[in-house]
Write a protein that binds this ligand. Sequence first.
Ligand SMILES: [Zn+2]
Length: 270
Amino acid sequence: MKRRRIKKGPIIILVLVVVVILGLIIGIIKLVPKNNKTKVKTNNTTTTKKVSKEKTKDNYDLREGEELISKTTTGMHLTKYEGAYYVDGILIVNKSYPLDSTYEPKEPYKEITSDYLYGPDYLDKTVMEKFISMKESAKDAGYELKITSGYRSYKVQVDLYNNYAARDGIDAADTYSARAGYSEHQSGLCFDLNGTNKNFLETPTGAWVNEHVADYGFILRFPKDKETETGYNYEAWHFRYVGVELAKKLYNNGNWISLESYLGVDSKYE
Ligand SMILES: [Zn+2]
């Protein structure tokens, strides 16, 4: 009896030690695959980053995932990239080149929320900053500028166009309103200025804008008598950001060249 009592103690300790060791081994085995997975992920990321930019036959640099569609009539490169069409890197959206329904400004001035799907705050950050800078110069010169329509989501454009089409008919609506996906407002790169006054550029404020807007990288998007090129009636209030260099070319001493004719693309619904 005495011998058995003495032996039980060490056996219990031995069993406990074995259980603890087994526990540790199981724990380590569970951790190992996790570490391996992380390593694999890291390797994938590295591999993706290493893929070099593609070039077209004439050495035009394509962004990663950018697809060359064709050359335009002015010899530029029409591509599709992340839900939008581009011509030599300039985003184009008109009756021939829609944005995907899910397209949103990539770097908006303020984060886009799902319950508020339009407004100047959601314009592209660069565009908004350029506008603010122009607005301040205009103020110094005694003029007040106000964005009356900025970013509009696909959803908002659906309602807008449907309302116009119901009121005036599809043919009429198509001359002044874009179908959903075909509106430049969805890009976050354009805005309507001080309402929708056809004579805006003849007002003192509009005359100042017309003269200075290209210095901030903006163009008059739908110039007078260019309906066959742009696909839209003259809009004295709609300005689009394209960068200072291109904007100054298109300004053309006040005789605006349409973006379509410069890029060599048309604007027609199929
Ligand atoms: Zn507009």
